[in-house]
Design a protein around this ligand. Structure first.
Ligand SMILES: [Fe+2]
Length: 374
């Protein structure tokens, strides 16, 4: 028996209008300072009348438990009926954890596992409004938190922290800077490839991944060359959510295991960190999931479709200016070698190892790491 889990998704032009149909009295807004400055939380609030807001706008990039914990105690007598996350993966993941902590202050973070019933679903409304086009967090029941002390990323998950509603309004990504768009699209692409090929793959995760790849390759160039083209950006939002649904209903794989460890050790953006490992991981897995790789390749459109999936991905990653080796990140060989052991250890701790379609051992990781560090 298996389940397919998804929030109710509201998408397309003017989808923020949906908020007007909900009764809200006390609302926690979770966002970050940059987005607050850009006025995106204000745009959301315009669609909510007569509510009292408590705004948390100090979520940093790649937050740790202590970054999140300081916000989990709300003002006295502020009992929210709704929590709204407005942001990228860091903000939405933090909101998932805050949602859990507000509802269950008696439990510690490590209770966030699929095995432990939390009994929080339905007691407070949870809305996610993404402002990037890759994380898929708005549709997933996973949350990634940085453990800075041990230089690692913790992958927490519970079906009870999936948002109730995910609102994909293209206005929220209208001013997304090119570099961030490219990095987050790289993340969405990796979610699709790993969601389709995970050892826990299923017809839903495969179908969503194929369409996510198709939408990305149809729209990414247009979204970057014609910044006013909200239709293309809307399609990228949808592809990101599809990628999120795909991996969330199967599992991430080895590129995420390595990318989480790499991003955490070298403090590099998530999307480009996982993208760095995509091609060597495809090489590694190719005999195990050759037929799915073939199908995924057929989902690439136009100029990005090449003979093989690996070649198609290489051409798309090149277009996205995604780093292909450590030097593209500005990391020296010496720096890399000095942290190589930690990178291997942290990667082996990731759930992406379990989800990978081919069994992964230490020597496999060593070979893959050699490819991006030579
Ligand atoms: Fe990711």
């Amino acid at each position: 028996m298996w389940y397919f889990r998804s929030p109710q998704i509201i998408f397309g032009e003017d989808s923020l209008d949906f908020l007007e149909s909900l009764d809200m009295e006390k609302v926690v807004i979770v966002t970050d300072k940059v987005l607050a400055k850009l006025g995106l939380p204000s745009l959301v609030k315009e669609h909510i009348s007569d509510a009292i807001f408590h705004t948390i706008d100090e979520i940093p990039e790649e937050p740790s438990f202590s970054d999140i914990d300081s916000h989990s105690r709300l003002p006295e007598s502020f009992n929210p009926d709704t929590i709204i996350a407005i942001g990228g993966g860091s903000v939405i993941d933090s909101a998932k954890i805050l949602y859990f902590k507000i509802m269950r202050p008696d439990l510690d973070y490590y209770s966030l596992t699929p095995l432990e019933p939390l009994n929080i679903k339905g007691k407070m409304r949870f809305i996610a409004i993404p402002t990037t086009v890759g994380t898929g967090s708005e549709c997933s029941w996973a949350a990634v938190v940085s453990d800075r002390e041990h230089h690692r990323k913790l992958e927490l998950a519970s079906p009870e922290i999936i948002p109730d509603y995910s609102i994909l309004d293209p206005r929220m990504v209208g001013d997304l800077p090119d570099r961030l768009l490219k990095s987050t699209v790289t993340d969405a692409l990796t979610h699709a490839i790993e969601g389709a090929t995970s050892s826990w793959r299923n017809p839903f995760s495969e179908a969503l991944a194929m369409e996510a790849v198709s939408l990305i390759t149809h729209n990414v160039k247009l979204a970057l060359t014609d910044r006013k083209n909200l239709e293309a950006r809307s399609m990228l939002q949808i592809s990101a959510s599809m990628g999120g649904l795909s991996f969330s209903n199967s599992q991430i794989g080895l590129a995420h295991a390595l990318g989480h460890a790499f991003g955490s050790l070298f403090r590099k953006p998530h999307g480009f960190s996982v993208g760095l490992f995509l091609e060597p991981v495809i090489d590694f897995n190719s005999d195990s999931v050759a037929n799915i790789y073939e199908k995924l390749n057929l989902s690439f459109s136009g100029e990005f479709r090449k003979e093989t999936l690996k070649e198609s991905i290489a051409s798309l990653l090149k277009f996205l200016d995604a780093p292909a080796v450590i030097y593209d990140f500005g990391i020296t060989r010496e720096e890399f070698i000095s942290r190589r052991e930690e990178l291997i250890e942290k990667s082996l701790e990731s759930t992406g190892i379990i989800g990978n379609p081919r069994d992964v051992g230490r020597s496999d990781i060593e070979k893959i790491i050699e490819k991006i560090g030579r």
